[in-house]
Design a protein around this ligand. Structure first.
Ligand code: G3H
Length: 535
């Protein structure tokens, strides 16, 4: 691997940037509160790309570095929009809320290229994957509308039980704070934001710590599509999130990121039982490779599972337990596959390994690998763990043991720890001992051997993948975790549930009550008590 290779990978020449990724310096001063695009006159945050251009780290632009004052102004705005559940948004008929979301989808689609370009520069996700993230998000929003219609169909009839008539629907919970991660800065924020909104909750979005300028082209779309105060967008960091929670007026925290950050945030809320948390947290998804594994298939899934977007996915395979009889073959094939992974700028055709956006990440990975090697592990691929600037060559680390930090820590980067086992119980015990429980993968061809693992594993993690890498999608599938990996379940339909609560209007079946309810329904006097059918 030559110096020049690394240089062109993270430090391209200005002239080599393709037109579709060309991005002028961005001077963003706006933020959205109470339906108003406000102009910020205070301190600005300089947003840096992990890419260097002509040898200097590229400054993408600036955005507002908001403070407690703006955080509390946003709280005022969502509180007013909620109005103790009497606001226009929480009481609006579903078809009207759906119309607002559909209007937003059209406005959002119009700025796709601009959002994608910014995502490329801010997080260095490969260009095609940035486009896929945007399109997947739009598909998710449309599917959310359909799921809401399905949910409403079930709720639009009365239930009669024990002489009591009831209409059971899902009602909003109140103001929500949504915060997504840097690795899916658009998708993972929107998969909480839009379900929260469509169920009637006014929302504050705090943009991800990396991947924030891509929200700027969406500000006008939010302002134009939703009533005042229903969506509020803040740039900033913890000093924006903490005052909102400390105000006690946020009822739902939707957060995707580390459990440390989630714990640090939620404790600021003065009424812990009032705050509902929807959390997607750390994971250390394990792959167990059985003696009967089809190694070609296994390594193909393993490489994609561990190294897509540099391993920066919460669902990435983050540790491999490989039977000793197949270890050498696994490592040889994995090493060969890494050697073929295209590496470099996010716009390079077919690129898989790109510069890392988190400041200090390269050194953090180096520390994990060095410590493992000092304790007896070895790097099993040529050039593994070498780096320059923000570009880190994937390290396949063999002979990892439970004493090493690499065994327990979520590396969230292109480092692949491999543990060799002789009895599958060792692998299972390690999964049980892990504080995380999102997903796992089993690789094997013998149904008996696979079945023997499935039953114990489904009580450790929330998705067991057979001969397949871990992943969130398809988005209609439940996405959650046990132990320290999640709170609440997300999927197109589950997300509608976590941002709402089953609520009913009930009446004993007296002739007076029947007359009252029937009058209300017939003359459409209530938005809740209604048998209207959404088409
Ligand atoms: O970072 C976590 C994402 O939700 C994972 O989604 O499995 O589709 O990459 P994915």
């Amino acid at each position: 691997m030559t110096e020049q290779f690394y240089d062109s990978g993270f430090s391209p020449e200005a002239g080599s940037v393709p037109d579709e990724c060309a991005l002028p310096w961005i001077d963003e001063r706006r933020y959205l509160i109470g339906g108003e695009l406000r102009q910020w006159r205070g301190p600005l945050e300089t947003v840096l790309s992990p890419l260097y251009v002509d040898g200097k780290q590229r400054e993408i632009g600036v955005c507002p570095s908001l403070t407690e004052t703006e955080s509390l102004a946003a709280v005022e705005a969502v509180t007013a929009a909620w109005d103790n559940g009497r606001g226009v948004w929480p009481t609006m008929r579903l078809e009207e809320r759906i119309a607002h979301v559909e209007d937003f989808i059209l406005r959002m689609a119009a700025v796709r290229d601009e959002v994608v370009r910014r995502m490329v520069w801010e997080i260095c996700k490969p260009l095609d994957d940035c486009r896929a993230e945007f399109d997947r998000t739009v598909t998710y929003l449309r599917a959310t509308v359909d799921a809401l219609k399905d949910l409403d169909h079930v709720s639009s009839r009365f239930v009669v039980e024990g002489g009591i008539y009831a209409q059971i629907r899902r009602a909003p919970l109140g103001p929500a704070l949504c915060m997504g991660p840097f690795n899916y800065p658009l998708n993972e924020t929107f998969t909480t934001l839009i379900p929260a909104l469509i169920m009637g909750n006014p929302v504050i979005v705090k943009t991800p710590r990396i991947g924030k300028l891509l929200y700027a082209p969406l500000l006008s779309a939010f302002a134009g599509a939703f009533p005042a105060g229903v969506v509020n967008i803040l740039f900033g960091n913890r000093n924006v999130a903490i005052p909102a929670l400390a105000s006690g007026r946020i009822n739902v925290l939707a957060f995707i990121g580390s459990s440390n950050a989630a714990d640090a945030l939620r404790r600021f809320h003065p009424s812990p039982h009032r705050l509902r948390c929807v959390l997607g947290l750390d994971a250390k998804n394990a792959a167990i490779v059985l003696p009967c594994a089809d190694m070609e298939l296994t390594v193909a899934e393993a490489v994609s599972g561990a190294l897509t977007f540099n391993g920066q996915r919460c669902t990435a395979l983050k540790i491999f337990y490989v039977h000793a009889s197949r270890s050498k073959e696994f490592l040889d094939r994995f090493s060969e596959a890494i050697g073929k992974l295209p590496m470099g700028t996010p716009w390079k055709q077919g690129v898989k390994i790109t510069p890392l956006p988190v400041p200090g990440k390269v050194n953090e990975l180096q520390g994990l690998v060095d410590e493992a090697v000092d304790m007896g592990a070895r790097i099993a691929n040529p050039r593994g763990g070498s780096f320059k600037g923000t570009l880190y060559y994937p390290a396949l680390v063999a002979e990892v043991t439970a004493k090493m930090r690499l065994h327990a820590v979520e590396q969230f980067g292109p480092v692949v720890p491999v543990v060799s086992y002789t009895n599958v119980e060792q692998a299972l015990e390690a999964v049980i001992a892990s504080p995380y429980g999102q997903q796992a993968s089993i690789f094997g061809t013998d149904p008996d051997a696979v079945a023997a693992l499935v039953d114990p594993m489904v009580n450790q993690v929330c998705r067991v993948n057979i001969n397949s890498q871990c992943q969130r999608g398809p988005d209609v599938f439940p996405f959650t975790g046990r132990k320290d990996s999640a709170e609440g379940t997300l999927s197109v339909s589950d997300a509608l549930r976590v941002f709402s609560i089953r609520t009913l209007v009930a009446a004993k079946g007296s002739s007076l009550n029947k007359e009252i309810v029937s009058n209300i329904v017939r003359l459409r006097k209530s938005n809740f008590l209604s048998t209207d059918f959404l088409f």
